[in-house]
Design a binder for this molecule. Sequence first.
Ligand code: 1CP
Length: 346
Amino acid sequence: MHKDNQIFIDACFMKPVNRTPIWIMRQAGRYLPEYRNIRSKNSFHEMMHTPDLMAEVTLLPMNRFDLDASIMFSDILVVPESLGMKFELVPKVGPVFKTSISSSRDIEKLNFDHSYFKNIYNGIKKIRNTLDKTKSLIGFAGTPWTTACYMVEGKPSKDYMKIRSLMYNDYESFDLLMRKITDATISYIREQINSGVNAVQIFDSNGVYISKKNFIKYSLPYIKEIINFINSQNIPSIYYAKGLCDSPDLIMQTNSNVLGIDWSVELSKVKSATKGLVALQGNLDPAILLCPNNVIKSETEKVLQSFGKGSGHIFNLGHGITPNVRPESVEYLVQQVREMSSKNYE
Ligand code: 1CP
């Protein structure tokens, strides 16, 4: 292997590697005391849109742990902001939009402003200039479905009923909303790639709120358009499929190089159902990081054994790391994956 190779990218393309690469969803977040310190002095939006701060926060976990990939510090909800819908982070609630979508007129009014992203692109350039060549930089966006859930509801919800009723009741407006999000997302990703990201992950964190049948008609076509665009740029595409991982045949239709697997399923089952045609990322239950080291070790070994031998596995949690995890537990996890995974490649 050439010394500047990125092991993460090789694993995404199922090329030979000598251990399982690892990164952690939400690794640049609130469980880190350094993050909380920066956040106490700056708003979330300042952190996302000041290139120096964005780069600093992105690199916090890379300075602490021996991770193979870095995910840019930002949020999936920047795409609604670029379409004119602004949000605020409300303590104990999460992101809340100033106004939500409640009529077809609200959807018609959405107007994409590409210049909204300019500081994010400058931040990406800074990160890529600083990050070690062997480490990958992951760009990201939400799927149109997951993003639209927040835009129609206006805030986090336990069931996202409003978007489902829009979908059944007024397909034309629903499709226009999804079209606008898809087009904005593709423009955004194109420029993330031009600015230096090495792979792009599409988060379908609200995939759990759509039925499998409706997924095919109302969500998959837009996801496929985005994934096909990423694939055309010759960098890995990753589709994180929360709530849909028990239907590998369905999520494979996204055409992504990598499927991000949630913690509800066995990797071995997904691997045999996908017949080794795609790489798999995941899927340690995030709750395990709240356990003592002996439990972290045994459960990590189970995930590695479940994938088994051969290339095409990227270790990650099955969903984002939670704010109450001790950074020492992350350090232990990273070390264990490095040590234990090499025997899968002998
Ligand atoms: O300081 C704070 O209070 C901000 C908390 C926070 C952080 C650290 C939010 C608000 N977003 C982020 C960063 C973030 N969001 C990243 C950074 C890079 C990294 O992974 O380290 C990423 C990739 C996201 C993506 C994101 N935002 C998703 C998909 C991933 C997932 O966890 O499922 C989702 C659903 C969001 C929306 C969002 N933004 C913030 C919060 C708290 C939420 C979740 C809202 C909800 O409960 O549904």
